[in-house]
Design a protein around this ligand. Structure first.
Ligand code: TXA
Ligand code: MG
Length: 316
């Protein structure tokens, strides 16, 4: 692929006007959201979307999320339902993605959905992301801004380290507050399904719906296309549920314990989620195997454990 000069932009209005113009010209711009940094491209321009897959080295069967500045704009692209309205009222803008059937005449490139008849949509809460999306005035497809299979980026420096020269610009607005990708809920079937645990706890969604979420069938590629078992992988091996480091290992701790880096000394799950990828990036730079302390399964712990299991999974 052709290397291009990657411009670093700030988050002032004039920076975002420039970033929006670059996106409308069909080029790629990484931008912060409250979950992770996204690698954005205009979802209506096939070449821009193809560029996202190329820059990440991402398999094209793995569909992307379309980002929109408001609930009203999101409704233009999908067949809206009462449950979608209920969840949007409660959690948008925020770290929640909804999968709904596409509307006719939507104008979204089929590369975004990997040919599926459904579209994943999200209205992020990060003010910089919202302003950029409003300026683009159209759907922006954005996966996490990291090479496919590697650790997700929660700072502009992470994006630059992984993708420099493969995108036109990076909007730098500091570290992401949530630190884990959005929770994805499928609303195209008979009952709402948890397609990916993420930065919004499943319990909070269930409380609004008034009933438990259906769990995804991991054997069915349609319910979670492209969610690969090995993902978020540091360079070296990852070992889970470790109470102490073996010789040569670095220990990533949780709660009060001796360790090399701690996700949350107080045992806070939101703090651990916000630190997870950044701490992984730091330990990764030391090129040693990583042992990780046990993390409880409730609340954001479900998504943290999901990412840890993928980081520790056997690789091809
Ligand atoms: O927080 C996030 O969600 C971040 C920020 C940038 O918004 N984005 C993100 O995108 O995590 P990505 O590409 O890393 O993960 C999107 C996942 C895909 O792996 C795929 O499984 C799922 O969304 N997905 C997309 N379209 C889908 C669809 N039509 N049906 C089911 N799952 C879909
Ligand atoms: Mg990703």
């Amino acid at each position: 692929m052709n290397k291009e000069h990657t411009k670093i932009l700030g988050a002032e209005e004039h920076d975002l006007v420039q970033a929006a113009a670059i996106l409308r010209a069909g080029k790629l711009v990484a931008f912060p959201t409250e979950t992770v940094y996204g690698l954005g491209g205009d979802a209506r321009q096939g070449q821009a979307v193809a560029g996202i897959f190329e820059a990440k080295g991402r398999p094209t069967f793995n569909p992307l999320i379309a980002h929109l500045p408001s609930v009203e704009t999101a409704q233009r692209y999908v067949q809206w339902t009462d449950q979608a309205q209920q969840l949007a009222d409660a959690f948008w803008p925020g770290p929640l993605t909804l999968v709904l059937p596409l509307r006719d005449g939507h104008g979204i490139s089929p590369l975004v959905t990997a040919g599926l008849k459904t579209l994943a949509i999200r209205v992020p809460a990060h003010p910089t992301a919202r302003r950029l999306l409003a300026l683009v005035d159209g759907p922006v497809a954005a996966p996490s801004a990291n090479p496919s299979g590697r650790i997700s980026p929660t700072t502009a420096a992470h994006v630059q380290a992984g993708l420099d020269g493969r995108l036109a610009a990076i909007v730098d607005d500091g570290a992401c507050g949530v630190g884990l990708e959005s929770t994805i809920i499928g609303l195209a079937g008979s009952r709402p399904m948890l397609l990916r645990p993420g930065g919004l706890a499943a319990e909070d969604i269930e409380a609004v719906l008034g009933h438990p979420l259906q769990q995804r069938d991991t054997q069915d590629p349609l319910t979670a296309p492209g969610q690969l078992l090995s993902h978020y992988a540091p360079n070296e091996r990852v070992r889970l549920n470790a109470t102490q480091a073996e010789p040569g290992e670095l220990l990533l701790g949780f709660g009060a314990m001796p360790c090399d880096l701690n996700l949350s000394e107080n045992g806070g799950l939101a703090e651990a989620a916000a630190n997870l990828f950044g701490h992984f990036h730091q330990l990764d730079a030391l090129n040693k195997p990583i042992a990780v302390a046990p993390i409880p399964m409730h609340g954001l712990g479900q998504a943290i454990n999901d990412r840890l299991q993928r980081a520790a999974a056997p690789r091809d």
